[in-house]
Design a binder for this molecule. Structure first.
Ligand SMILES: [Zn+2]
Length: 202
């Protein structure tokens, strides 16, 4: 069993967080924005806001379980479309999407649910999508180091881009990370993309 050490770019340590100070600051921020913090629906909003951020920003514990590859499986192991929601480090607004993660196993196999845990682990904290993508690949490299190659595709809608600013509703951002044979060999990468069901998508 391997405990991976990768962490989101800005993990929030709630044990060290001063919840009362955060609630007071959130209350002041809302008031400074012109919000009536004494209106019925808003009286406890600052507190809820702080507790919500505390919950979604806390790093998810991750322990990898691996198994011997006794059948000597040499093909891809891919888990497709693992849904996630994360908070963007630049605007503190959510980005919501899915990740497809796969690898070519060596002597060890990773428990399948651990691929989804890797995604959950990488999407906690204040994050940017490019880092999430690389951290999933780095985490996978740590837990199955003798792999023949790996691929990660992350696709997400960023509310900071669709709700405000460019207001590009429906726009999604796709990022990828390739390691080993997938980085070197376009035909291996094509097989991954085909199995991932993305051969016909941009
Ligand atoms: Zn953003």
């Amino acid at each position: 069993m391997t405990v991976i050490e990768t962490r989101p770019s800005a993990p929030v340590q709630m044990a060290r967080a001063d919840v009362a100070a955060a609630v007071a600051a959130a209350e002041r921020m809302l008031a400074a924005l012109g919000v009536d913090t004494q209106a019925e629906h808003l009286r406890r909003t600052a507190e809820r806001m702080v507790l919500s951020y505390g919950e979604v920003l806390r790093p998810a514990p991750f322990e990898a379980t691996d198994f011997v590859n006794d059948a000597k499986h040499q093909g891809f192991v891919i888990v497709r479309d693992v849904a996630f929601a994360a908070i963007c480090a630049h605007h503190l607004l959510p980005f919501v999407g899915s990740a497809t993660v796969g690898y070519l196993p060596g002597a060890r196999l990773l428990g399948l649910s651990k691929l989804t845990r890797l995604v959950e682990h990488a999407t906690r904290g204040l994050q940017v999508q490019e880092n999430v993508t690389q951290q999933i690949a780095d985490g996978l490299q740590q837990v199955v180091p003798d792999n023949g190659g790996m691929g990660v595709i992350v696709e997400a809608e960023h509310l900071c881009m669709t709700l405000r600013g460019a207001k590009a509703r429906g726009a999604s951002t796709v990022t990828s990370a390739w390691r080993g044979a997938l980085a070197r060999d376009v035909s291996v990468r094509s097989e991954f993309l085909s199995l991932a069901g993305r051969g016909w998508r941009p």
